[in-house]
Design a protein around this ligand. Structure first.
Ligand code: PHE
Length: 477
């Protein structure tokens, strides 16, 4: 399986379960727990959720298989560019198809830069809630609500305090990036797999526990109605566009992670069912995150459409009014931290694998190079909330006219790069790659194979092409 020596023979997943944990870890992240509930809240709940699930089933899931498959078929290349180029060459096509892999690597690099900043905000709340828990434990009342004795304004103000402190934001960003880097430097088996096999089970336990807690202490029925009753009048074309984009981001499509992780999968593992499990788990977690967050939001009488402040401002206020709120708050932010970490690891691994083969570097120096550069860009993102809050890097482009540095990078990667890479690889796999090679690698056969290939060849290019078009020219809608 190891052809060019790009993958050390002994470095890869030790089992299918290990790959599943790592890939689900890559997929489950801030996208599920921070962005999905935010978007669902802003777009009226049920209708958005329904469209999202349809997007995942018809486009996301087939594309997950496409990317993992291209990675493993890539003749021993661990990097996204070499893998795609290799499959192209073996299909009698130009190696230039690898360019779509390169777009993925670049997208991952930029996503990593701002992802680490937002994960730093999460760390901020881990520390705040940790301090809070420590004080209630010392006071002999561990089951106390959160932030007792502080006013609601003080609690919501914690976010403003963080944003107005560039030093604190950058320190948290560096801490998060350093942890990510440390794990990636330990290698695929020794670092990434170990981290995923510890963090993901811990994540799931916390998720289920907090959801159960919310079901008893919060307004569960109201949340279920909100999330699962489609109100189609809230469903604007822009929301549909948003749902498809979110499906890409959440499944880690278009950003080298799945191709790179796929290249470490042993030949005996059947990819079709594995890809389905990754997509299903990611979507299940997004829905559970909604069921975890909204009962608490509704019980406290807060606005589900609060936007990005929902988890950083609304929830801490809600925890103030709940029995055991201090502990639950800490558990909640730890859970997000675990999810973010396994995702940032995958964001660093893609560009690192590329740097290793493109610049003939060993893993350590390659990972450091990528992390340091992404860290530097992240600093600019953090400063965009204070010192550089007037900076609008894409002011010339109407879509991003009023967008700060972090959101501009988020916008260009999410609205342009991920869909572009997805479009290219869907066309490649559906039309240009050798059919027998693809079929053998997919582990699918008969009608399932025909269905999957049909979705990749026809539906994905059209739908993804539309995300690109409307994402960039919303005036068309
Ligand atoms: N899917 C991750 C999330 O939902 C983010 C991510 C995107 C990770 C791209 C890797 C690659 O948070």
């Amino acid at each position: 399986m190891v052809g060019s020596g790009a993958v050390a023979a002994n470095d890869g997943w030790s089992s299918r379960t290990a790959f599943l944990m790592a890939a689900i870890g890559a997929a489950v992240g801030l996208g599920n727990i921070w962005r999905f509930p935010t978007l669902a809240g802003e777009n009226g709940g049920g209708a958005f959720v329904l469209v999202y699930v349809v997007c995942v089933a018809l486009i996301g899931m087939p594309m997950v298989l496409t990317e993992v498959l291209l990675g493993r078929a890539g003749g021993g290349h661990a990097d996204a560019v070499g893998s795609v180029a290799d499959v192209a060459e073996r299909s009698g096509r130009s190696r230039k198809w690898g360019a779509f892999g390169l777009i993925e690597v670049i997208a991952a690099f930029f996503i990593l830069s701002f992802y680490s900043v937002v994960a730093g905000w999460v760390l901020n709340y881990v520390f705040l809630s940790g301090g809070d828990v420590l004080s209630v434990v010392l006071a002999g009342n561990p089951l106390s609500p959160a932030f007792v004795g502080q006013s609601q304004a003080e609690v919501t103000g914690m976010m403003g305090t963080l944003f107005s402190s560039p030093g604190r934001m950058i320190a948290l960003h560096s801490l998060f990036m350093a942890v990510t880097l440390g794990i990636v430097m330990l290698g695929v088996g020794g670092g990434i797999e170990k981290a995923a096999t510890w963090l993901m089970p811990a994540f799931f336990v916390l998720l289920v526990l907090i959801t159960i807690y919310g079901a008893f202490a919060g307004s569960f029925a109201e949340a279920v109605v909100f999330l699962f009753t489609p109100n189609f009048s809230a469903l604007t074309p822009l929301a549909v566009n948003e749902a498809l984009g979110q499906a890409f981001f959440s499944l880690s499509l278009g950003s080298a992670a799945l191709i790179t992780y796929g290249s470490y999968v042993p030949a005996r593992v059947s990819l079709g069912s594995t890809a389905a499990m990754i997509a299903a788990a990611d979507t299940g977690v997004a829905l559970l995150a909604g069921l975890m967050i909204f009962p608490i939001v509704f019980a406290a009488g807060l606005d589900p459409a609060a936007g990005p402040a929902l988890i950083f401002q609304s929830l801490p206020v809600a925890f103030q009014g709940m029995p055991g709120g201090a502990l639950v708050g800490l558990a909640f932010f730890l859970l997000i931290f675990f999810a973010a970490l396994t995702s940032s690891i995958s964001l660093l691994e893609g560009p690192t694998a590329f740097a290793m083969s493109a610049f003939k570097l060993r893993r350590g120096p390659a990972a450091i190079l990528v992390a340091v550069l992404a860290f530097a860009i992240g600093i600019a993102c953090a400063l965009g909330y204070n010192v550089w809050s007037d900076v609008r890097p894409l002011a010339f482009w109407s879509v991003f006219e009023n967008t700060n540095i972090l959101d501009s990078i988020d916008g260009v990667t999410g609205k342009l790069m991920l869909p572009l890479a997805g479009l290219g690889l869907a066309v490649f796999t559906g039309w240009r790659a050798d059919r027998r090679l693809v079929e053998a690698e997919s582990g699918l056969s008969g009608a399932t194979f025909v269905l999957w290939r049909g979705l990749v060849a026809w539906l994905a290019p059209v739908a993804v092409g539309l995300i690109l078009l409307f994402g960039l020219f919303p005036g068309l809608l």
